[in-house]
Design a protein around this ligand. Structure first.
Ligand code: ADP
Length: 359
């Protein structure tokens, strides 16, 4: 178990920052997901922690020891990459035993540790198989066992299941979470999948352009996004551009209380925070499409300016295409220049802005 401190770390490739002034403390036994779109700097950051990339500035400490300039093999970290990179000329046992042999451990101890690691990843009895005889999921389990057998203080996982199909990915991430909790190992997990981050993480770091946008537990990232980017990246979110004048939005369909300074804003709300009623006013929002997902129905609604938003309603609620509807929003966020400027407390309900609608 170990504590990781990343302090003002940056990495430049040429004249551009891949990671810029990044700081984070990861607690003993914590699982932190680095979540962000492709190119946001997640892998570069993980590789710097593992020693595969040299930071351009800043420091990385593990249990208060500065490891910034140590090579990977001198760090108490274990890394699992997206492509498993197993040795094809060795069987599963030898792949996992390799690092222990380098450490010159006695044979009996190596056998015991490798068998323990195989059991941990659900591959007991697979030691004699050649790696090509394994499925993609099994190969990733071997890669995980190969890291875990060295008993790293910190486990680094770089999109380890990205190449697997969704069902297998979900199963393996459950298993990784179980193993991680059983061992109590401090873990960083890179992913671009919000589901993966929500399912696994104690805390999520949402990354964008080499910087962190928000660091918080999954529920908080979902319920209290601090930026428009985070709001749009995690879960479905509707965005409506409008203006605030004298404490309210001036939008024909969303007369929302927003007690902030006048000016342009983006109002955001989840599909389940939007209810629709009939009838609507002429020229107002219309139903564009209705899709039954079994557990719920998703209604695409077209606004007067041709932009679309979504409402999540019970599956029994059916709507005809082109039906005129009126909208009610509960729970909304207001962003200005990407920053959260106001968040309703869930009790405010906004109805059609009658005055403006008829203006
Ligand atoms: P992510 O893991 O979030 O997809 P990366 O850390 O791989 O992002 O990349 C962050 C940025 O750094 C990208 O713009 C990428 O093109 C750039 N980058 C990464 N590695 C290199 C490299 N070896 N040389 C030059 N640019 C790189």
């Amino acid at each position: 178990m170990a504590r990781l401190t990343i302090s003002n770390v940056c990495k430049m490739f040429g004249s551009t920052y891949a990671v810029e002034d990044f700081s984070l403390d990861v607690e003993d036994g914590e699982l932190v997901c680095l979540l962000g779109p492709s190119g946001s700097g997640k892998s570069t950051l993980l590789r710097m922690i593992g020693g595969f990339e040299r930071p351009s500035g800043g420091a990385i400490l593990i249990d208060a020891k500065d490891v910034t300039h140590l090579p990977p093999e001198k760090r108490p970290t274990g890394m699992v990459f997206q492509s498993h990179a197993l040795w094809t000329h060795m069987n599963v046992f030898d792949n996992i035993a390799f690092g222990l042999k380098l450490r010159r451990l006695p044979r009996a101890e190596i056998r015991e540790k490798v068998e323990g690691a195989l059991a941990l990843v659900g591959l007991a009895g697979f030691g004699k198989r050649m790696t090509q005889q394994l499925s993609g999921g099994q190969q990733q389990r071997v890669a995980l066992a190969r890291s875990l057998v060295l008993e790293p203080k910190i486990l680094l996982l770089d999109e380890p299941f990205a190449s697997l199909d969704q069902h297998l990915r979900e199963r393996l991430r459950e298993e990784v979470k179980d193993i991680q909790q059983r061992l109590g190992i401090t873990t960083l997990f890179v992913t671009h999948g919000q589901d993966e981050a929500l399912a696994l993480a104690d805390r999520i770091v949402v990354m964008r352009d080499g910087k962190s946008e928000q660091v918080a537990p999954p529920a908080e990232v979902y319920r209290n996004p601090q930026t428009q980017f985070v709001a749009g990246f995690i879960g479905l979110m509707n965005f409506v551009k409008t203006k605030v004048v004298s404490g309210s939005t001036v939008h024909p369909d969303f007369g929302l209380e927003v007690p902030i300074e006048d000016g342009e804003v983006v109002v955001a709300f989840r599909p389940d925070a939007l209810s629709i009623k009939s009838p609507g006013r002429d020229g107002g929002p219309t139903v564009h499409r209705s899709i039954d997902f079994g557990t719920h129905r998703m209604i695409d609604i077209e606004l007067a300016d041709a932009s679309r938003i979504k409402a999540m309603v019970p599956p029994t609620q059916k709507w005809d295409k082109n039906a005129l509807v009126s909208l009610t929003v509960q729970d909304y966020f207001v962003f200005r220049d990407n920053r959260l400027a106001y968040q309703s407390n869930g009790t405010v309900t906004a109805h059609c802005n009658e005055k403006l609608a008829h203006a």
